[in-house]
Design a protein around this ligand. Structure first.
Ligand SMILES: Nc1nc2c(c(=O)[nH]1)N[C@H]1C(S)=C(S)[C@@H](COP(=O)(O)OP(=O)(O)OC[C@H]3O[C@@H](n4cnc5c(=O)[nH]c(N)nc54)[C@H](O)[C@@H]3O)O[C@H]1N2
Ligand SMILES: Nc1nc2c(c(=O)[nH]1)N[C@H]1C(S)=C(S)[C@@H](COP(=O)(O)OP(=O)(O)OC[C@H]3O[C@@H](n4cnc5c(=O)[nH]c(N)nc54)[C@H](O)[C@@H]3O)O[C@H]1N2
Ligand code: SF4
Ligand SMILES: [Mo]
Length: 747
C-alpha cells in the first residue's frame, strides 16, 4: 500500500508525516524522514490524526438556521446566494465596515486566510481578528517597537535556552522539540533554564528550574536584569554599536531592588544571581516566551523585559541566539508600530490590524453606533476559545447575520445563521506560514491525500463563488487572465498587472483571481495553492540573493516563478531563503537597523512595578487557576472525539498535595471550581508538580461530540466557561487566562 506525504496539523510545528490509507481512513501514520524541517520526528499525537479526518459529525451540507433554532440543509448555490445577500444587506443597512472577519487559519491551515483577505476587500470589511489577538499581540507590540519585525530563538544551537511560561515538551514550537530538549539536557556545556509556576516535563530536564509564584514573572525578570547591570555583565561595546536607548534602560535597571523582587517572585536571590551569570557567560542565549506569561499579569511588560535580557548580553544575530527571519506570508504586520489605530467602539489598540479578542463580544453587545453587526468566522471556534463563552454566544445572537466555515459542527457553528462545510485539510492543498527558521527558512505545501468529502468545498472554491455572487467580478474580467495563465506564468504576470491597474477590485480579490486563473494550470488538487505564486514573487523581490542561495534560480519574475514551482513540486518542504548568520541585522525594520531598547511606556511600567501586586487573588477566590494548559492529548479544539485521548480522559484539575489535603480531596475525586466567571465540576489530580495555591485545567476540553447524531455529549471542562473578558492586559487587551482567581470545593 502507498504512503502519502503530508503534515500533522495538531500544532504549529506541522511535522512532516506519511499516511497509509485504507479507503478513507488513516490506517497508519509515521514521521517523514525526508521532511526538510522535522526529519522524521513526530510526537505521539500525530499517530491519531484519523480522529481529525474521520470523527463522527463531519459537516456535509451547507446549513441554515431557522427562526425556531432548527437547521435546514441548503444546496451550495442557494447557500452562497443567501450568504452573499445577507452580508450585502448588513452593508446596506448599517454602512460599510460593520462586518467582523474572525479566524482564517488554525494550526495547520493558512491558505484559507489568503482567500479571506479577498472577501474582506470585496465587502469593504476593515475589522478582523483571530487567536493571535489573545496571545501574541502584546509580544507584537513590543517587537514592532524594538525590531520592526518578529524574532525567534535558535534552540537547536543555543548555549543557554530559556523557556519562560512555555512547556515545549508538550506544546512544541521548534523543530524536533523533544530531541533538542534531550540533547541540551545531556550536554554539560549547554544549559536550560525553565521559568514556570509548575514543575513541568520540560522543567524536569532543566539545569535551572525557577518555580516562580503565579504573577511573579515581571519581578523575576527585572531582578535578573538588575543583576546583569549591578554586576556589570552587559555587552557594553556591542550595545553601543547595535542598539539605541541602552543607557536609558541600564539607568532604569539600576533602581531594581534585586533582593526584594526575587523574594516577591518566590525565587531565592542566590539562584537569580547564578542564572544571570550563566546567561551573561554564554556565547548564545535564546528565550521562548509563551502563554504562561502572555496570558498573565504584566504580559506586555514581560515581553519587553525578556527581550532586554538577550539584548543586554549581545545575543541577537549570533549563532544560537535570537534573530529576525523571513516569511512567505508574515503573520504580523508592524507598519504602524507605535501608532496603532484605536478601535472606535471599544477604545482598544488594534495591534497588527487585529481587534483584541477580549473586546469583540463587548463591542457587539454595546449600543455604540459603530458596533459590528455581523461576523464571518472561518476555521476558528471562538465560542469555545475566547474568554467568557456565554458572552460570545450572546454577541453572535445579537448580530444581524453570522456565517461559519468549518469542518465540524463546533460550539461556534451551532450559534451561526449559516454554516458552510469546508473540505478537510487532507482533502485540499494546504500550508501554514508558521516557519520561523534562520539562517534557513522553509515552507511545506501539502497536496490533498483524499478527494473532498461529498458535499464539502475547499475555502478557495467557497470564496470564488462568494466573490462572483457578491458581483465584484465576473467571467468577463476573468477570461483573459485564465487565457494568459494557460499560456505561461509570465504571460499571466503581465496580464494581471495590466488588469489590476485598470480594475482595482480585481487586485483586491488577489487570491480568488489567482485561484481562478493559475489554479487550473496546477497539478491535480493543487489549485488552492495559486495565491502562493504572488507570495513567492514578493519574497523573491525582497530577498533575491537569499532565495537564490536556497537553490532557486533566475532573476526578477523568473526567480519568483522558480520558487513557486519548487513549492508546488515538492512534498517534503523546501528551503525558501538561506541567510548568513551576520544578516540578522539586515532583517530589522527599525531606523538604522538597530535594536530600539527604550520604549517609554515600558520604562514607565518598570518604574511602577515596585508598587504592583504579585498575586490578584482575594479572600473569596484564594487560588490561581491556569485555565487552559497544554497536555499530551490536547490540541486546541481540532480533535473533537474524546476517544483520541490515551491519558487524562476528562482533563483533570491539577492541584498540589497541600491544597488537596486542606480540601480532603484525593486524585479521582470530583471537585467544583468556581471563578468570578462561572463554575464547573472536574475530576481532581493531586500532583507535587503543582505549587501551593495554584490549580490548572487543560485547554481544548469540554467539546461537544455526538457520535450517534443528536445532542452532543461534553467531556471535561470548557475553560472559557470560567473566564471573563475584562480580565486582561491594559495595553494589548490579551486575556489573563493563566491567572484566574478561583476557589475549589469537594463535591
Ligand atoms: N499538546 C498541545 N500542544 C500545543 C497546543 C495544544 O493545544 N496542545 N496548542 C498550541 C498553541 S495554539 C499554543 S499558543 C502553544 C502554547 O504553548 P505553551 O504556552 O507552552 O502552553 P501552556 O501549557 O498553555 O502554558 C505554558 C506553561 O505556562 C505555565 N504557567 C502558567 N502560569 C504561569 C505564570 O504565571 N508564569 C509562568 N512563568 N508560567 C506559567 C504553565 O504551567 C505551563 O507549563 O501550544 C501549541 N501546542
Ligand atoms: N482559556 C483559554 N482559552 C484559550 C487558550 C488557553 O490557553 N486558555 N488558548 C488560546 C490559544 S493560544 C489559541 S491559538 C486558541 C485556539 O482557538 P481557535 O483559534 O478557535 O482554533 P482551534 O481551536 O484550533 O479551532 C480551529 C477550528 O478549525 C476547524 N478546522 C479544522 N480544519 C479546518 C479546515 O480545513 N477548514 C476550516 N474552515 N475549518 C477547519 C476546527 O474544526 C476548529 O473548529 O484558543 C485560545 N483559547
Ligand atoms: S502535534 Fe505538533 S509536534 Fe506533535 S507530531 Fe503534530 S505537529 Fe509534530
Ligand atoms: Mo495559540
Amino acid at each position: 500500500m502507498e504512503w502519502h506525504k503530508t503534515v500533522c496539523i495538531l500544532c504549529s510545528n506541522n511535522c512532516g508525516v506519511e499516511v497509509r490509507l485504507d479507503d478513507r481512513s488513516f490506517e497508519r501514520v509515521r514521521g517523514n524522514k525526508a521532511h526538510v524541517a522535522s526529519k522524521g520526528y513526530t510526537c505521539e499525537k500525530a499517530l491519531r490524526l484519523d480522529r481529525y479526518q474521520n470523527a463522527a459529525g463531519r459537516l456535509t451540507s451547507p446549513l441554515k438556521k431557522l427562526p425556531d433554532g432548527s437547521w435546514i440543509e441548503l444546496d451550495w448555490d442557494t447557500a452562497i446566494e443567501e450568504v452573499a445577500a445577507s452580508l450585502l444587506a448588513v452593508n446596506a443597512a448599517h454602512g460599510p465596515g460593520k462586518i467582523l472577519y474572525y479566524g482564517g487559519g488554525g494550526q495547520g491551515n493558512h491558505l484559507g486566510g489568503t482567500y479571506g483577505a479577498g472577501l474582506r476587500n470585496a465587502l469593504g470589511i476593515t475589522r478582523k481578528s483571530n487567536a493571535l489577538a489573545q496571545e501574541k499581540t502584546g509580544e507584537a507590540w513590543v517587537e514592532g517597537r524594538m525590531y520592526g519585525t518578529h524574532t525567534h530563538g535558535e534552540f537547536a544551537h543555543a548555549e543557554v535556552s530559556v523557556f519562560l511560561g512555555k512547556n515545549p515538551w508538550h506544546s512544541h514550537g521548534f523543530d524536533e522539540t523533544r530531541r533538542v530538549l534531550k540533547e541540551i539536557a545531556a550536554d554539560d556545556d549547554r544549559s536550560m533554564i525553565v521559568i514556570d509556576v509548575r514543575r513541568t516535563e520540560t522543567a524536569d530536564l532543566a539545569d535551572h528550574f525557577l518555580q516562580v509564584k503565579p504573577g511573579g514573572d515581571a519581578f523575576l525578570l527585572a531582578a535578573i536584569l538588575g543583576v546583569l547591570v549591578d554586576e556589570d555583565l552587559t555587552a557594553t561595546d556591542w550595545l553601543s554599536t547595535n542598539t539605541f536607548g541602552a543607557d536609558d534602560v541600564v539607568d532604569a535597571l539600576r533602581n531594581v531592588p534585586v533582593a526584594d523582587f526575587s523574594d516577591r517572585a518566590g525565587v531565592d536571590e542566590a539562584t537569580v544571581r547564578t542564572v544571570a551569570r550563566r546567561i551573561a557567560a554564554a556565547s548564545s542565549v535564546a528565550i521562548y516566551e509563551d502563554l504562561g506569561v502572555e496570558m498573565a499579569p504584566n504580559s506586555t511588560l514581560i515581553s519587553w523585559l525578556q527581550r532586554l535580557i538577550t539584548t543586554l548580553v549581545g545575543s541577537y544575530g549570533v549563532e544560537g541566539g535570537m534573530s529576525a527571519h523571513t516569511a512567505l506570508v508574515p503573520l504580523f504586520t508592524y507598519g504602524a508600530s507605535g501608532k496603532e489605530p484605536i478601535d472606535p467602539v471599544t477604545g482598544g489598540a488594534v495591534i497588527s490590524g487585529m481587534i483584541p479578542c477580549n473586546e469583540i463580544a463587548d463591542g457587539i453587545l454595546s449600543d455604540h453606533p459603530e458596533r459590528s453587526r455581523a461576523m464571518f468566522i472561518e476555521s476558528a471556534n471562538p465560542v469555545h476559545s475566547l474568554a467568557e463563552s456565554a458572552k460570545f454566544r450572546a454577541a453572535m445572537e445579537a448580530c444581524d447575520t453570522t456565517v461559519v466555515v468549518d469542518v465540524y459542527l463546533t460550539e461556534t457553528a451551532r450559534e451561526a445563521d449559516y454554516v458552510l462545510p469546508a473540505s478537510s485539510q487532507y482533502e485540499k492543498a494546504e500550508m501554514t506560514f508558521f516557519a520561523m527558521g534562520f539562517p534557513d527558512n522553509t515552507a511545506t505545501l501539502r497536496a490533498p491525500i483524499l478527494d473532498p468529502l461529498d458535499g464539502t468545498l475547499p475555502e478557495a472554491e467557497i470564496h470564488r463563488r462568494l466573490a462572483l455572487a457578491l458581483g465584484v467580478i465576473s467571467d468577463t474580467d476573468l477570461v483573459p487572465l485564465r487565457e494568459a495563465a494557460a499560456e505561461s506564468l509570465n504571460a499571466f504576470a503581465d496580464a494581471f498587472m495590466g488588469a489590476a491597474a485598470e480594475n482595482p477590485a480585481l487586485a483586491g480579490l488577489g487570491a480568488v483571481v489567482l485561484y481562478d486563473a493559475i489554479g487550473p494550470t496546477l497539478p491535480d488538487g493543487m489549485a488552492g495553492a495559486a495565491p502562493m505564486w504572488f507570495s513567492c514573487q514578493q519574497l523573491a523581490m525582497r530577498h533575491p540573493d537569499e532565495v537564490r542561495a536556497a537553490g532557486h534560480e533566475g532573476e526578477g519574475v523568473e526567480l519568483g516563478n522558480a520558487l513557486f514551482e519548487a513549492l508546488i513540486d515538492n512534498r517534503d518542504g523546501i528551503v525558501i531563503t538561506r541567510h548568513q548568520i551576520g544578516d540578522s541585522f539586515d532583517l530589522l525594520r527599525t531606523p538604522d537597523q538597530k535594536i530600539q531598547m527604550a520604549i517609554p511606556e515600558m520604562l514607565e511600567a518598570l518604574e511602577l512595578l515596585v508598587d504592583r501586586p504579585v498575586s490578584h487573588t482575594t479572600a473569596e477566590f484564594p487560588l490561581v487557576l491556569s485555565a487552559g494548559e497544554r497536555r499530551s492529548f490536547t490540541a486546541n479544539t481540532i480533535m473533537r472525539d474524546p476517544a483520541w485521548r490515551r491519558k487524562d480522559p476528562e482533563g483533570a484539575l491539577r492541584l498540589s498535595p497541600a491544597d488537596a489535603a486542606e480540601l480532603g480531596a484525593a486524585s479521582g475525586d470530583r471537585v467544583r471550581v468556581t471563578t468570578p466567571g462561572g463554575t464547573a465540576v472536574a475530576v481532581a489530580e493531586v500532583t507535587d508538580t503543582m505549587q501551593i495555591g495554584h490549580i490548572a485545567l487543560p485547554n481544548g476540553l469540554g467539546l461537544g461530540h455526538a457520535p450517534a447524531g443528536g445532542d452532543p455529549e461534553l467531556t471535561g471542562v470548557a475553560p472559557n466557561e470560567l473566564t471573563t473578558t475584562d480580565w486582561r492586559d491594559p495595553i494589548a487587551g490579551t486575556p489573563w487566562h493563566k491567572h484566574v482567581p478561583a476557589r475549589v470545593e469537594l463535591v
